[in-house]
Design a binder for this molecule. Structure first.
Ligand SMILES: *[C@@H]1O[C@H](CO)[C@@H](O)[C@H](O)[C@H]1NC(C)=O
Ligand SMILES: *[C@@H]1O[C@H](CO)[C@@H](O)[C@H](O)[C@H]1NC(C)=O
Length: 287
């Protein structure tokens, strides 16, 4: 009895917000850079930081109800959704200045939205879990500290899947897409190129030669084109396995979620940068 009243109340609230909110929030893929370095203003991460400070150029913060941040830094067996009223930080990086272990992004969580997203995954036959406890990792709090320094916008952190299976991540995005109509942005937080060994070498000695022209061009074509399902065969592309090593494609998975959440509008490339003189990075938005 009590449960059914609760459910009716939740359903009622969901309906009324559907009717009054008309803002369609975007699906946005961003590159989150190296650990805390974009916030620290480190030179190789400067352009990334500048873009992150500009995220509000790509969505109307005044009408954004919440952001779903799909983070490359949380991989789970089943898609896992942060569901607390508040979340702490997980400083999932090492050997950085002490200050980078003290930052707190104090935006609220979005427990009601968490239950709606969980229900939507369940309806789609996708196993999902709520986690009211674990904090936001740097894939979530670093971009949001820069994008929303006033910490106004509620955040729902969503994991990727350990499977790193492209079609499963595309389906996650297809489910998340409906929430954009309620003013909830879907932000994928990863890197369009992510090869740690190559990054380390380049920091020591960058010869200034771009290594990933072809794969970056491929991602650009897919994201700004009308055959989004091409992303499902990304592993067959030239340079794919150098950009995202076998079993280490965690930083590409958020982009595949964004592509699944894209809908019918044509995507735009809103960020391009050359990281450490060698690696093209791209960011995309679908409005
Ligand atoms: C950030 O936004 C400002 C003002 O809209 C613009 O001049 C600048 O080029 C943008 N920078 C990036 C990296 O997007
Ligand atoms: C990826 O997931 C789909 C849907 O669950 C499944 O059919 C497919 O076999 C998986 N691919 C791999 C390589 O595991």
């Amino acid at each position: 009895m009590k449960l059914s009243i609760l459910l009716l109340t939740i359903a009622g609230m969901a309906c009324s917000s559907d009717i009054t909110k008309s803002y369609k929030a975007p699906s946005l893929f961003l590159n989150h850079g190296g650990g805390p370095l974009p916030v620290l203003g480190e030179k190789h991460n400067k352009e990334i930081g500048d873009f992150l400070r500009n995220v509000s150029n790509h969505m109307d913060f005044d009408r954004t109800e919440a952001v779903i941040v799909v983070t490359a830094h949380r991989e789970e067996d089943v898609v896992t959704i942060s569901s607390g009223e508040r979340h702490g930080m997980v400083y999932d990086y090492s050997n950085f200045p002490a200050v980078s272990y003290e930052w707190k992004h104090k935006a609220p969580g979005a427990p009601k939205l968490a239950r709606s997203v969980h229900a939507a995954f369940t309806r789609a036959g996708i196993p999902a879990a709520l986690d009211p406890v674990r904090g936001w990792d740097h894939g979530t709090f670093i971009p949001m500290m820069l994008a929303d320094p006033a910490a106004r916008i509620p955040i729902l952190q969503v994991s990727i899947l350990k499977s790193q299976n492209a079609s499963q991540h595309f389906e996650l995005g297809r489910v998340l897409r409906q929430f954009r109509d309620q003013g909830v942005a879907v932000i994928g937080s990863g890197m369009s190129y992510h090869n740690m060994a190559e990054f380390r070498k380049a920091v020591i000695d960058s010869d200034g030669v771009i290594v990933n022209e072809e794969f970056d061009e491929y991602l650009t074509e897919v994201c700004t084109g009308d055959d989004l399902r091409r992303i499902l065969r990304w592993e067959e592309e030239r340079g794919a396995k150098e950009a995202h090593l076998e079993g280490e494609a965690d930083h590409l998975m958020p982009l595949i979620v964004n592509i699944g959440a894209a809908g019918l509008a044509t995507g735009r490339k809103v960020f391009h940068s050359v990281f450490i003189g060698k690696f093209k990075l791209s960011g995309f938005v679908w409005n």
